[in-house]
Design a protein around this ligand. Structure first.
Ligand SMILES: CC(C)(COP(=O)(O)OP(=O)(O)OC[C@H]1O[C@@H](n2cnc3c(N)ncnc32)[C@H](O)[C@@H]1OP(=O)(O)O)[C@@H](O)C(=O)NCCC(=O)NCCS
Length: 151
């Protein structure tokens, strides 16, 4: 809609980030059944511009649940001229389940079923370690899964 677009009349990136954050938070809340907060945005790719008036579908799924945090994978689809859904963007957010005082609280694990769910689940630990290293919360030497990629 007007007001949500950039100078090229495409969806403004920040609008999409907020929408993805909302969809991802619903997914994280449904899985954990707790209050959830966005802890980090690990990856965003704006692969395709989204022109004004386009129908946008945002699909968010918990790809892996750790102790208190969850990785949420977001796929963004747009309808083309024929009404077919085409992939426009994707993003990966991390949410943390918290109690009423904002303290991290334990959550249930998930069991991936489809090939895509298994692939995303397996890679999630590496992404968590990378995110923690970049945030200065984990020493690169301790990021064992991540290091294994390069050995
Ligand atoms: C998210 C928050 C509760 C985490 O608190 P914390 O003191 O860092 O807690 P911890 O160090 O115990 O980390 C909690 C979990 O988050 C994970 N985590 C923390 N920072 C992370 C990062 N940058 N990337 C990935 N995971 C991260 C930890 O690994 C841990 O996961 P685990 O329990 O599943 O192993 C706290 O930082 C917070 O309240 N942030 C503000 C959230 C907010 O307001 N979001 C809205 C955006 S404006």
């Amino acid at each position: 809609m007007p007001g949500e677009t950039n100078a090229l009349n495409n969806l403004f990136g920040g609008e999409l980030l907020a929408r993805m954050d909302r969809a991802a938070s619903i997914s994280a809340k449904r899985h954990s059944e707790e209050i959830v907060v966005t802890s980090s945005v690990n990856h965003v790719s704006f692969g395709k511009a989204i022109p004004i008036g386009t129908t946008v579908t945002i699909e968010a799924k918990v790809s892996r649940a750790f102790t208190t945090s969850m990785e949420v994978y977001i796929d963004v689809w747009i309808d083309d001229d024929k009404g077919e859904k085409i992939k426009a963007n994707e993003a990966i957010y991390t949410f943390v389940a918290v109690d009423k005082n904002g303290r991290p609280t334990k959550i249930d694990k998930i069991l991936p079923e489809t090939e895509q769910e298994k692939k995303r689940y397996d890679a999630a630990l590496r992404r968590k370690q990378l995110s923690l290293v970049l945030a200065g919360k984990l020493k690169a030497d301790d990021a064992t899964e991540l290091k294994a990629l390069f050995s």
